[in-house]
Design a protein around this ligand. Sequence first.
Ligand code: GZL
Length: 333
Amino acid sequence: MLNRRNFLTAAVGVAATAGLAACAKEDGSSSNTSSGGSKTITLGFSQVGSESGWRTANTDSVKSAAKEAGYKLQFSDAQQKQENQISAIRSFIAQKVDVIAFSPVVVTGWDAVLKEAQSAKIPVVLTDRSVESDESLFVALVGSDFTDEGRRAAKILEKVLQKAGHKGKVKIAQLEGTTGAAPAIERAKGFKEVMDAEHKDDWEIVVSQTGDFTRAGGKQVMAAFLQSNPDIDVLFAHNDDMGLGAIQAIEAAGKKPGKDILIVTVDGVKDGFIAMSEGKINAIVECNPLLGPQLMEVVKTVHEGGKVERWIKTKESDFMQDQAKDALPTRKY
Ligand code: GZL
């Protein structure tokens, strides 16, 4: 998994590689001319799927930013299947696109196809999620720090518990994202870091299972949680959509979401803010999906053989329930 230290030390070497890759393509043609003229950049983009409101907003951002930049975008929706992403990347290589970008559905299983892209001298940029691969196989990551989002979720839960006047032990249910996905692994890790450091004696995750980042998954798994653990105090959902599905299950069980069961989620999509304004979600940790403009900047720099930061992070905030109504009109996704 990526971390800042590794990124920064690897930055120079990889940027140079990217520079070579961008200027000396397999067929010997140069992807941009020294006279300053340049052909339209063709970007191959493999998207995870369309599993959540966050993903829809992310796709819209990538497509509109590519249009704005005047790039030719080859877009593929993998329907949350790694094999579809690998096939799409292979097809981009065969088409000899200038740059490949993708949001890897899970962290492992990418080395072979990334090596094929490297052999074809096509630079690869990760967006949103990271991979457990040799870091020389991709040029940069444009995306959030999910471990920090997990820490932020735990810290804002402290405020939620205080505001709710909760005393004593805290029984927590955790709805995990897609098994093996960077945001699921790292949000759980960050949340547990704070728990272990500051709440060893009072917080306990009594049940934890993946809802695959979908509303249907959140609803189904939360219903099962309530059967086995009717005395859950808190739900930490790795994204709004699973939290919104869980709200349906909580209400079906005759409980009040946001009161009987306090809820903290991650993302900050509009429907999450609406639920928060209705008192059904207590706090949201923002994860910004609007990565398109930053991605296109990186694609341009890499294509022109320039240096890029190994990790271009997005700016994000956290929101308590009493901020929801005021924030709603300005939410961009
Ligand atoms: C996070 C992104 C996650 C969102 C989910 O950057 O990968 O995937 O939190 C989405 O909503 O499905």
